[in-house]
Design a protein around this ligand. Sequence first.
Ligand code: AHN
Ligand code: ZN
Length: 281
Amino acid sequence: YYFVEKQVSFGPRVISSKGWQECALWLEKKFKTYTKNIIIQQAPITTYDGKNHILKNIIASFSPEKNNRIALFAHWDSRHIADHDTVNQNSPILGANDGGSGVAVLLEIARQFSNKEPNIGVDIILFDAEDYGQPENSEYPIMQDSWCLGSQYWSNNLHKPNYFARYGILLDMVGAENATFRHEEISSYFASPILTKVWRKASNLGFGNYFIFKKAKQILDDHYYVNTITGIPTIDIIEYDPATENNFNKHWHTHNDNMQNINKNTLNAVGQTLLEVIYNE
Ligand code: AHN
Ligand code: ZN
């Protein structure tokens, strides 16, 4: 919870902004207290609005010498607009849940690993520029693959030659009260056994109210590029809300995606489940 709060304290983390720069430095510094194996991947990108930036993917590795490894992913940027809000659509959002929550859980997992190393190697990979996708009402020409620029870059330019992981887990919007996570279609297609493993573990731990054995329609997210480009079977743990029109969290891409949208029990359910999965590998 504190790690979400800290990220949000920098303000919106939109690529090239002051909040983004300061948060990147803090993330790097924080990860360095948990492992000495940090890689910052930088690359030029052009977004759908014709702007040029240098993206930063932040990678923290545990037991980098081990061949038997898994990868954990989240995006650390926040959206540059509030295109699903009714007010102030042109100002950037805090992204406490959308961005902050996944990173926070992975920071806590890194902190745990610094006390007790798992048997397998683990790479924690924070993608930049996931959320700079082209809005539906955009006046710019349609740009293909405008979302998930950091994961596209990493998938095409792995941080180590011949890098491979047995499987990957992406966290996206894992912090809201009473969130539910379902078997999303792309995850099922590429990594069904991993879904089963994680959801079973969650049930055994008493988190069956969060991890539900039901299907959800496909979501274009970072795991799509990881699966299709790298071949690392990767699932997406992402909130599915049957009550909203888009089935995302009700505060998705609005200014209400702030600390009030964050719940400690949900963060705990996700973090504890991942730790149990990883320490049992
Ligand atoms: C689309 O809206 C196309 N994908 C959702 C990916 C996303 C945005 N996750 C968080 N913010
Ligand atoms: Zn988003």
